[in-house]
Ligand binder design. Structure first.
Ligand code: PNW
Length: 470
C-alpha cells in the first residue's frame, strides 16, 4: 500500500475557467463583439458552427456556480474578465460590464473562495482586431489601459492578478496557424503579435504595480513536454531544441531573463521583423513577477526532417490549408507515441509535468524568486452520463490523480509550487472544438444548462479538503 501524498501547508486548490468559454450573454449589458464571436460565426472554423453566445450561461448563473465551488471545497477560482464586456470598443469603459465582475467577486469572497483574475484569455475586442489586432503595437497600450480600468473596479478585493493566458496560443494559433481567432496565417505577423502580447503584459504589470505594490502579479504560459524521437540522433535533438525553443523558451526567457533566446532568433532569421523590438521593450517585459502560472496538458516527440524537404513540407501544409503554428520550424516532424490519449488526441505524459516544474524552478523562477502555480491541467474524455446526468469519469479522475502525483514529485525535488487549478470547473466552449469536447469536472447539459458534478469532482473535493492525495 502506498502512503498518501501530503501537500505543503497553504497549498492553493482551485479550478479554472475563461470568460468566452462559459459566460454567454454575448449581447447583454453593452458587451462588445470579440474576435471569438466573429471567428465562430465564420463558416467552417468552429465545430458544428458552435459559438459562445449562450455557453454555460454563467453570466446569469454565477451565484449557483460559486456555491458549487464551495461545495467542492475549492479554495480559489481562476476566471478571466472579458475585455469586450469591460471596453466594448476596446477603449471606453462600460460600467455595466465591470459590475458583473464586481458581483462575481463579492459572491466568491462571501463563499470563502479566493478570486484569481486573468485579464486576457483570448477574447480581444473586435474593434481592436479591426485596427490591426496584436500585430499592431498600439494594442499593447490599449491592454494596459484595460488593466487599469479593471483594477480600478476590483483592485480593493482581488489579490492575485495574471495578465495573459497562454500568449503562445494567441500569437501562433491565432495569427500563424489560423486555428484560433482571428484566424490569420502570417508568420511575421504572429511574431509581431507575440512581442506585443509580451509588451502588453509588461505595460500592464507596470500599471498594476504602481497602483498597488502589494498585489501578487504574474502571467500564465502554456508549456509542452518535448522529447527527441531518438536522443542519439543530432537531427532529432535539434528538432527538440527548436520546438522547445518556440513552445517553451520563447516566452519565458524575455520575461525572466530579459531577452529572446539567441538560438530561437537564429532559427527565425528569415521571418523576424527587424523593427519589432524597440529600446526599453525588454526592460518592461522583464519587470519583476511574483508568480508564474504553468498550464500543462501534454507534449510531443519530434524528429528532424532533412532541410531540403523542409520548404516542400511547409508549402504542402500551406497548400492543404494547414499552415503550421511552429513558425521557422516547419520541417520538424511529430512522431505519435504508443501511449494513452485523451479525447483531444493529446498524449498523456504526466512525467513531463514533474520535469517541467523542476526545470522551471531550477533555470528560471527559482533564481527570480517567482512562485510557480499550475494554473491549468485537466483532460477531455468522451463522457457517458447516466439517466441522472451523472458521469463516472474514471479516465479524467486518473489523469488528474497522475498529474497531481507528478506535481507532488516536483515539490519533493525542491520546486516551489504553491497551488493547482484544475481545468475546468465546467464543461464549456472548447474553442475550435465547440461543445464537442468536455473538460469539466462538472457536467453541463447544454439543453437545460443543468450542472451535475462528475465522479472526478467528488474525488477532487476530497483532495482539496484534505490537502493530500489518497
Ligand atoms: C488551453 N495546444 O488551451 C486554454 O487555456 C483553455 O482555454 C483550453 O480550454 C484548455 O487549454 C484546453 O484546450 C490550449 O494546441 C489549446 O497546444 C491548445 C493548445 C494548448 C492549450
Amino acid at each position: 500500500m502506498s502512503t498518501p501524498k501530503q501537500f505543503p501547508d497553504g497549498f492553493l486548490w482551485g479550478s479554472a475557467t475563461a470568460s468566452y468559454q462559459i459566460e454567454g450573454a454575448a449581447r447583454e449589458d453593452g458587451r462588445g463583439c470579440c474576435i471569438w464571436g466573429t471567428y465562430s460565426r465564420t463558416p467552417g472554423k468552429v465545430h458544428a458552427g458552435h459559438t459562445g453566445q449562450v455557453a454555460c450561461d454563467h453570466y446569469h448563473r454565477y451565484a449557483e456556480d460559486v456555491r458549487l465551488m464551495r461545495d467542492l471545497n475549492l479554495q480559489s477560482y481562476r476566471f478571466s474578465t472579458s475585455w469586450a464586456r469591460v471596453m466594448p470598443d476596446g477603449r471606453s469603459i462600460n460600467r455595466a460590464g465591470l459590475d458583473f465582475y464586481s458581483r462575481l467577486t463579492d459572491e466568491l469572497l462571501e463563499q470563502g473562495v479566493v478570486p484569481w483574475l486573468t485579464l486576457y484569455h483570448w477574447d480581444l475586442p473586435q474593434a481592436l482586431e479591426d485596427q490591426g489586432g496584436w500585430p499592431s503595437r498600439d494594442v499593447a497600450h490599449r491592454f494596459a489601459d484595460y488593466a487599469e480600468a479593471v483594477h480600478e473596479a476590483l483592485g480593493d478585493r482581488i489579490h492575485y492578478w495574471t495578465t495573459l493566458n497562454e500568449p503562445w496560443c494567441s500569437a501562433f494559433l491565432g495569427y500563424a496557424a489560423g486555428r484560433h481567432a482571428p484566424g490569420r496565417t502570417d508568420g511575421p505577423d504572429a511574431l509581431r503579435a507575440a512581442h506585443h502580447l509580451l509588451l502588453g503584459h509588461g505595460l500592464a504589470l507596470q500599471v498594476l504595480r504602481s497602483r498597488d505594490p502589494e498585489l501578487e502579479l504574474g502571467i500564465t504560459l502554456n508549456f509542452a513536454d518535448v522529447t527527441p524521437a531518438d536522443p542519439g540522433d543530432p537531427g532529432d535533438r535539434d528538432a527538440a531544441r527548436r520546438i522547445d525553443g518556440m513552445s517553451n523558451r520563447f516566452f519565458i526567457e524575455p520575461l525572466l531573463r530579459g531577452g529572446y533566446p539567441a538560438d530561437v532568433l537564429d532559427d527565425l532569421r528569415a521571418v523576424w521583423p527587424e523593427d519589432l523590438v524597440r529600446d526599453g521593450d525588454l526592460d518592461l517585459i522583464s519587470g519583476r513577477m511574483d508568480m508564474l502560472g504553468v498550464n500543462y496538458y501534454s507534449g510531443n516527440t519530434v524528429t528532424g526532417v532533412p532541410p531540403e524537404l523542409a520548404h516542400e513540407a511547409a508549402d504542402a501544409a500551406r497548400a492543404l490549408g494547414r499552415p503550421t503554428e511552429h513558425v521557422g520550424s516547419e520541417h520538424v516532424g511529430f512522431v505519435p507515441q504508443d501511449v494513452p490519449h485523451t479525447a483531444m488526441g493529446w498524449e498523456v505524459r504526466p512525467h513531463g509535468l514533474t520535469d517541467l516544474l523542476v526545470r522551471l524552478d531550477r533555470d528560471y523562477t527559482g533564481p527570480a524568486s517567482t512562485d510557480l502555480y499550475v494554473t491549468e491541467n485537466g483532460a477531455a474524455y468522451d463522457d457517458v452520463p447516466d439517466d441522472d446526468g451523472f458521469v463516472e469519469d474514471t479516465d479524467r479522475l486518473a489523469y488528474v490523480a497522475d498529474h497531481l502525483a507528478a506535481v507532488h514529485a516536483a515539490i519533493e525535488q525542491g520546486a516551489t509550487v504553491r497551488g493547482y487549478f484544475l481545468w475546468s470547473l465546467l464543461d464549456n466552449f472548447e474553442w475550435a472544438y465547440g461543445y464537442d469536447k468536455r473538460f469539466g469536472i462538472v457536467r453541463v447539459d447544454y439543453d437545460t444548462l443543468e450542472r451535475t458534478p462528475k465522479a472526478s469532482a467528488q474525488w477532487y473535493a476530497g483532495v482539496a479538503g484534505s490537502n493530500r492525495l489518497p
